[in-house]
Design a protein around this ligand. Structure first.
Ligand code: F6P
Length: 323
C-alpha cells in the first residue's frame, strides 16, 4: 500500500522560465486539497544543501502566478553534483520531514534529482520548465510559449526599423542546443531566413539567397544561439557574399526569459502542477509530468533527454517560407 504523503518539498532549478510560478501555485493548491503541506526549497539544489526551506501557502502563490521568473529563485548547483552535497541535501530532507519532492527544471534538473534515488527512496516527480522546449517526454515545456511571444514582438519591432531603412538584420534568439525558439519566432515574424542547429545546411541557403538581394527591402535572419555560429561569424559570411548590404545585428538575450507568462504557459503550469502532486499521491516516482498530444503523460527520468530534432512538418514550413 502507498504510504500517505504529509509534506512535499517543491523547488525550481536551472534557468528560470515564465510559468514556473503557476506550476508552484497549482501544486500547492492540489496538495492542500489532499491535506498535504508544502515547503518551498529556495535556489534549487543549493537550497536543499543549505537547508533554505520556507513554508508555502496557496494564498501567497495565487498572487504570484502571473509573474515571470520563479519566486523560489533558482540556481545551477555544482555542489549537488558531488556525493557529499547530495548526502547533506538528504539529511535536510529528513530533518524537515519532507516525504515527496517536485522539481521544476530541464533535463539537467531531472538527471540531478534521479541521482538522489541512488541514496534514498524519497519519491520525486519532475515538471519540465525551460524556455528552450528541448525536453523529451512533453510537447511543450514551461516558458517556451512566453519566450517565443517575447522574441516575436522584438523581431516585429526590429522589422519596423529594418523596413524603414531597407536593412538586413541578423537577430540571435535563445536556445542553448535547440532551434525551437528560432523556428517559432522566425516563422511568426515572417523572417526571410532561420538558422537552427538541427539544420546546419540552412546557412548555405541563406548565402545563396542573398546573392540576389538588392537592398530594396528589409531582410530578417533569425539565428538560433544553439548553432554556436555567433552573430559576428554569420555577419562576416553575409558580407563576404554581398558587401553592399546595410547590415545590423541584435542579440535578444535574457529579455526572452523574463516577463509575465502567457496564458498557455500559465495553463501548462496549472495542468502539470496538479498532475505532479496527483502522481506523488498515487505512489509514482522518478518520472516527469508532461503533455503529449494534449494528454497528460508520465515519463521515467531514465528516458528523459534533450530533444535534438525538429519535427518534419516544422522543417517543411521553414523550407517553404525561408528557402
Ligand atoms: O536554458 C535556458 C537558457 O535561457 C538557454 O536558452 C540559454 O542558452 C541559457 O539558458 C543561458 O543560461 P544562463 O542564464 O545561465 O546564462
Amino acid at each position: 500500500m502507498t504510504k500517505k504523503l504529509k509534506h512535499i518539498g517543491l523547488f525550481t532549478s536551472g534557468g528560470d522560465a515564465p510559468g514556473m510560478n503557476a506550476a508552484l501555485y497549482a501544486a500547492v493548491k492540489t496538495a492542500a486539497a489532499n491535506g498535504i503541506s508544502v515547503s518551498g526549497i529556495r535556489k534549487g539544489f543549493e537550497g536543499l544543501i543549505d537547508n533554505d526551506i520556507v513554508a508555502l501557502t496557496t494564498c501567497q502563490l495565487q498572487k504570484t502566478m502571473h509573474l515571470g521568473g520563479t519566486i523560489l529563485k533558482t540556481a545551477r548547483s555544482d555542489r549537488f553534483r558531488t556525493i557529499e552535497g547530495r548526502k547533506i541535501a538528504l539529511q535536510n530532507i529528513h530533518k524537515n520531514e519532507i516525504d515527496g519532492l517536485i522539481a521544476i527544471g530541464g533535463d539537467g534538473t531531472f538527471r540531478g534529482i534521479s541521482l538522489l534515488s541512488d541514496i534514498s527512496d524519497i519519491p520525486c516527480i519532475g515538471i519540465p520548465g525551460t524556455i528552450d522546449n528541448d525536453t523529451v517526454g512533453t510537447d511543450y515545456t514551461l516558458g517556451f510559449d512566453s519566450a517565443v511571444n517575447t522574441a516575436m514582438t522584438c523581431i516585429d519591432n526590429i522589422r519596423d526599423t529594418a523596413e524603414s531603412h531597407n536593412r538586413m538584420f541578423v537577430v540571435e534568439v535563445m536556445g542553448r542546443d535547440s532551434g525551437y525558439i528560432g523556428v517559432y519566432s522566425g516563422l511568426t515574424s515572417g523572417a526571410d531566413s532561420i538558422l537552427i542547429p538541427e539544420s546546419p545546411q540552412d546557412l548555405e541557403y541563406l548565402l545563396d539567397k542573398i546573392k540576389g538581394y538588392n537592398s530594396e527591402d528589409a531582410f530578417i535572419v533569425v539565428l538560433s544561439e544553439g548553432n554556436k555560429l555567433g552573430l559576428n561569424y554569420v555577419s562576416s559570411k553575409i558580407r563576404q557574399v554581398n558587401d553592399e548590404i546595410d547590415l545590423r545585428f541584435c542579440k535578444l538575450g535574457h529579455i526572452q526569459r523574463g516577463g509575465n507568462p502567457s496564458a498557455s504557459d500559465r495553463m501548462l503550469g496549472i495542468r502539470l502542477g496538479v498532475m505532479a502532486v496527483n502522481a506523488l499521491v498515487q505512489g509514482e516516482s522518478n518520472k516527469m509530468a508532461g503533455i503529449c498530444d494534449n494528454q497528460l503523460v508520465l515519463t521515467p527520468f531514465s528516458k528523459i533527454a534533450k530533444q535534438h530534432s525538429i519535427d518534419r512538418e516544422l522543417r517543411s514550413l521553414v523550407e517553404l517560407f525561408c528557402h
